[in-house]
Design a protein around this ligand. Structure first.
Ligand code: UD1
Length: 419
């Protein structure tokens, strides 16, 4: 089991370059299957969720070369639509392969993803939408089989919730379908626009991405393309929150600041000074943070659920009481029990967490419950007096590229240990 040993109490300072987006990279890699020519991708982060995605692509018949953050995907050899259970389990979001595999091979056979650390995460919206495009769906004995031997047909799809994954799955499935697909109540996250830009670079006809209605005019074939993935707004926001909780001064470069607006608003409310340049954000934290108005997670452009845990950790050392409401995932407070070990004063009641700022946090020995909850524990450890241990950091490796090195370069005293 890998762990971080963190000696807290040092203000973070300096500059960091933001990694590429995990949430963009995974559907973009899946969408490579649609094209039988070589695709060049840049800014793909070196994280274990990407490794799991590469394993699935390779199993399906893709040839992949990777050099740093550059990746070449040749999907000309895709020969199956079946993804084995063990590969599906390695990554919850592997359901994103459904639309791509179905569109390419006419059949997709995957195991039904179970619940995960942050909630039940059903895929009913994905399946309803894919069936609208004409796929037959058999769902039995933990397996989901989708078939469309004659190909998919464009359709009108209205999502009952603007699910990021379902929007991406339908967009990908519809690219090679006959006729036009219209997705209403689509997710508007920046990663949706990034996926559309990539699909269009391959010759797809997607319009309206980033708005509530997305239109996809089916095309017969896609061609070779190159694309650079957008910066990871969640990883960037995590570093800014780390600067804030330690009373530090941190500039994150390589960002698209507009993507962080709701987070920047909360960081400012908490007393940090923010300086925005075209592709960087500088945060200067005060000696003591203050409480904020309610933090309510919402679909984009609202406050992102993925940054809720790190920001809740930050509020633990503010002056006064803040309220956090999680509206997206039902089990996203598992890390709170671990934060309390640092002396944080938090009460959770259903979807609401009431955070009473403490004067200081103390070193603790903790276990990471999930990816973003793990980041929250690291932030608490950076602020706590003494040496803390954050155990089982494989969750953190899923989404943060070399997190300990990034933090150490910002003056943190953090060591990774492998057992
Ligand atoms: C993606 C991101 C995740 C982020 C989330 C919301 C990846 C790998 N993950 O997850 O980090 O937190 O967007 O910004 O990109 N739902 C259903 N039925 C469905 C699909 C979703 O009920 O078929 C529910 C989910 O359980 C959840 C809510 O809708 O409560 C939002 O989920 P969704 O937007 O689909 O998130 P993901 O795409 O899974």
């Amino acid at each position: 089991m890998s762990s971080y040993k963190i000696c807290g109490g040092r203000a973070l300072k300096g500059e960091s370059f933001c990694q590429g987006s995990k949430t963009s990279s995974l559907p973009i890699l899946a969408a490579c299957i649609l094209c039988d020519r070589t695709v060049e991708l840049d800014n793909i982060p070196d994280i274990t969720d990407v490794d799991a995605t590469v394993k699935i692509l390779t199993w399906l018949g893709c040839r992949i070369t990777r050099s740093g953050r550059h990746m070449t995907v040749d999907a000309s050899g895709v020969h199956t639509g079946e993804i084995p259970d063990d590969l599906m389990r390695e990554m919850r979001s592997s359901v994103i392969f459904l639309g791509a595999v179905l569109a390419r091979t006419g059949r997709a056979l995957i195991s039904a993803p179970g619940g995960c650390e942050i909630g039940l995460r059903p895929i009913d919206l994905h399946l309803n939408a894919i069936s609208k495009l004409g796929a037959q769906i058999e769902n039995s004995a933990g397996k989901i089989e989708c078939t469309a031997p004659e190909g998919l047909k464009g359709a009108s799809v209205t999502l009952s919730f603007p699910s990021v994954g379902a929007t991406e799955n339908v967009m990908i499935a519809a690219v090679l379908a006959q006729g036009e697909t219209v997705i209403r109540n689509a997710a508007r996250e920046p990663e949706i626009s990034d996926l559309a830009d990539f699909l269009n670079a391959m010759g797809a006809k997607v319009s309206g991405a980033g708005e509530s209605t997305v239109r996809i005019e089916g095309v017969k074939r896609l061609h070779a393309a190159a694309h650079t993935v957008i910066p990871d707004r969640i990883a960037g926001a995590t570093l800014l929150a780390a600067g804030a909780i330690t009373g530090g001064s941190v500039r994150v470069r390589g960002l698209i600041p507009a993507h962080l607006e709701p987070v920047i608003d909360i960081l400012e409310q908490a007393g940090s000074e923010i300086e925005i340049r075209s592709d960087s954000v500088l945060l200067r934290a005060p000696q003591r943070l203050r409480c904020v108005k309610t933090v309510r997670t919402m679909p984009y452009p609202g406050f992102p659920t993925d940054i809720q845990p790190p920001v809740t950790a930050m509020l633990c050392v503010s002056r006064g009481t803040s309220v956090v409401i999680e509206t997206i995932f039902e089990s996203r407070y598992k890390y709170v029990g671990e934060l309390v070990r640092f002396g944080a004063k938090i009460r959770v009641d259903g979807r609401m967490a009431v955070v009473e700022g403490a004067d200081r946090l103390y070193a603790a020995n903790t276990v990471t419950p999930d990816l973003r909850g793990g980041a929250a524990l690291v932030l608490a450890a950076l602020a706590a007096e003494g040496e803390s241990t954050v155990n089982d950091i494989r969750h953190i490796d899923r989404g943060y590229e070399d997190f300990s090195r990034t933090l150490a370069a910002l003056n943190a005293d953090v060591r990774r240990t492998e057992e």
